[in-house]
Design a protein around this ligand. Sequence first.
Ligand SMILES: Nc1ncnc2c1ncn2[C@@H]1O[C@H](COP(=O)(O)OP(=O)(O)OP(=O)(O)O)[C@@H](O)[C@H]1O
Length: 288
Amino acid sequence: MNGPGPNETAMRKAEPRAERADGAPSAPPGRSTGEVLLAVENVSLRFGGVKAISDVSFDIRKGEVRAIIGPNGAGKTSMLNVINGFYHPQDGRITFKGETRSKMRPSVAAAQGIARTFQNVALFKGMTTLDNIMTGRALKMRRGFFWQLWRHGPAMAEEVEHRKFVEEIIDFLDIEAVRKVPVGKLPYGLQKRVELGRALAMEPELLLLDEPMAGMNLEEKEDMCRFILDVNNEFGTTVALIEHDMGVVMDLSDRVVVLEYGRKIADGTPDEVKRDQKVIDAYLGVAH
Ligand SMILES: Nc1ncnc2c1ncn2[C@@H]1O[C@H](COP(=O)(O)OP(=O)(O)OP(=O)(O)O)[C@@H](O)[C@H]1O
């Protein structure tokens, strides 16, 4: 990973997508090439009598930041869980890098390049920042757990290599000061940053972020926005995120898909969806 130094990262301001376009009117914004990385086709997911997702289709293009928004209970987290193989939809299919599936285990999704963070931080609270981020390297380790325990010969050399990579992520996320601190002792905003670090340690092609800014103060939100944009711009990582803060969504995303009661009600650029009457009604709580 060739990220910027911590000070350079800290000084860079998050710029709205519109200001960062390269000036070519027909080109997709951000780093997107227009190529579809992941397609969701006619996906429906039920829990008993509850329809969490109903016949939803949309795609995520390589290199873009794609937001999934909608009121509470709209099906956003369920959709991320379908994309990373945690839930298996009753109908529809997902195509990732050209490979179509109706079912996949999360470990397989991770091995293929899909990493995610969770709405409520899911870290090992008693472990340090460094060790938590190291767990993100597990899939990349050629030698298994037994070898790593033995810490000998090739396993030792491999661990050194992975630690070096993780130290670069720690640098990039500007969390050197807390690298040896158990994450349970860190403020919430920093825990979210460590969780992002663990996902980055997997070197994902598609990064799924479930409310990465939830529970953060303004400064922490600005920092997280900057890191997400840096990850997208500098490593070309495609990002799909669920976010409730509309300012953040408008600033970060290239395109937005809007769900309500499990159905897709809009899909377009931030400007298009914010003017869409169905979206305005959904957020104002107009009766259906
Ligand atoms: N494991 C589950 N078992 C039963 N019902 C579920 C389960 N997960 C989600 N649901 C239901 O599916 C619907 C969609 O939930 P989901 O959490 O995906 O929505 P959301 O848009 O992410 O909401 P929020 O913004 O509140 O997190 C809701 O009615 C929810 O109660």
